[in-house]
Design a protein around this ligand. Sequence first.
Ligand SMILES: CC(C)(COP(=O)(O)OP(=O)(O)OC[C@H]1O[C@@H](n2cnc3c(N)ncnc32)[C@H](O)[C@@H]1OP(=O)(O)O)[C@@H](O)C(=O)NCCC(=O)NCCS
Length: 325
Amino acid sequence: MKIFSRITGTGSFLPPRRLTNADLVAQLAAQGLESNDEWIVERTGIRARHFVDVGIHCSDLALQASQRALQAAGVAARDIDLIIVGTSTPDMVFPSTACILQGKLGVRGGAAFDVQAVCSGFIYALTVADAMIRSGVATKALVIGAEVFSRILDFKDRTTCVLFGDGAGAVVLEASAEPGILATDIHADGKYTDILCVPGHVSGGAILGEPLLRMDGQAVFKLAVGVLDETARAVLAKAGLSAADIDWLIPHQANIRIMQSAARKLKLPMDKVVITVDQHGNTSAASIPLALDTAVRSGQVKAGQTLLLEGVGGGFTWGAVLLKL
Ligand SMILES: CC(C)(COP(=O)(O)OP(=O)(O)OC[C@H]1O[C@@H](n2cnc3c(N)ncnc32)[C@H](O)[C@@H]1OP(=O)(O)O)[C@@H](O)C(=O)NCCC(=O)NCCS
């Protein structure tokens, strides 16, 4: 019998500390930097974001999101045989946040590892988990996107610090006789490492190089709109479907203008696009599962619907997953 993978539960978590644009603008002003709510809303669609407090780690957010996804799926943590965390802001250099999360869930034995594909992290993680389930390597997976980007933001750089937020989203992915995930498509182009990166590293107990996020916003924007359209079309073609078959587009929540462009190119009206960037900011690998769970819990997205998830981020990386919920 052919095996497919299917999402059976979703969960998410946002740290309680919420900063509106006004809060951030005041913080920037205290350093002599000018910004304003109108600029941020018009260029990005962002109105608020959540930040962790000191001492809260990526795995803490991942744990809350995972517990909610497990509860929604009716699956016990001890039955999970694969944990994949998409993150670029792990708790430690090593071990992986997935291993730390497994320990916090109080279980042992299953495989656990992180996937590092920046804002495409959840799309990559879901693609790997789907392949492992379809090939019989795993049967019940927790796939998570979790980030504490506030740790790597330069709060003296007004062009980047207003864009990002912290959070986590998770899904339980189970082996199933019915799909589930219909098709996946992932890519990278390593010649663009410099346009979105945190160049610093730890060496001999010191940080060498810049340990904060650096971005060429216009280069990222231009590249993102092109590759998102390519991957959306590729994943639809693999499944033999067209854009008209999509009930919901759930794009990486980086910027409302990138999402509008993605929808326009697919000829999808914006009322078929799940939008959470206004309240979450860009939570990198967490943004797609956060948006998915928010839409499932609000009743917007329903079981049986066809969803196109698509992501793009540092690397440069990009990809899409087409699925039936
Ligand atoms: C970052 C981004 C919003 C900037 O918008 P933009 O239209 O390209 O704006 P520019 O960088 O040309 O800057 C325009 C002006 O606004 C200013 N500005 C930048 N940040 C500002 C802020 N927070 N508040 C007020 N003004 C700001 C700039 O300094 C510039 O001023 P100048 O013309 O006097 O030099 C846009 O490039 C973008 O969305 N890029 C993609 C980013 C992204 O999604 N990254 C993650 C991908 S995973």
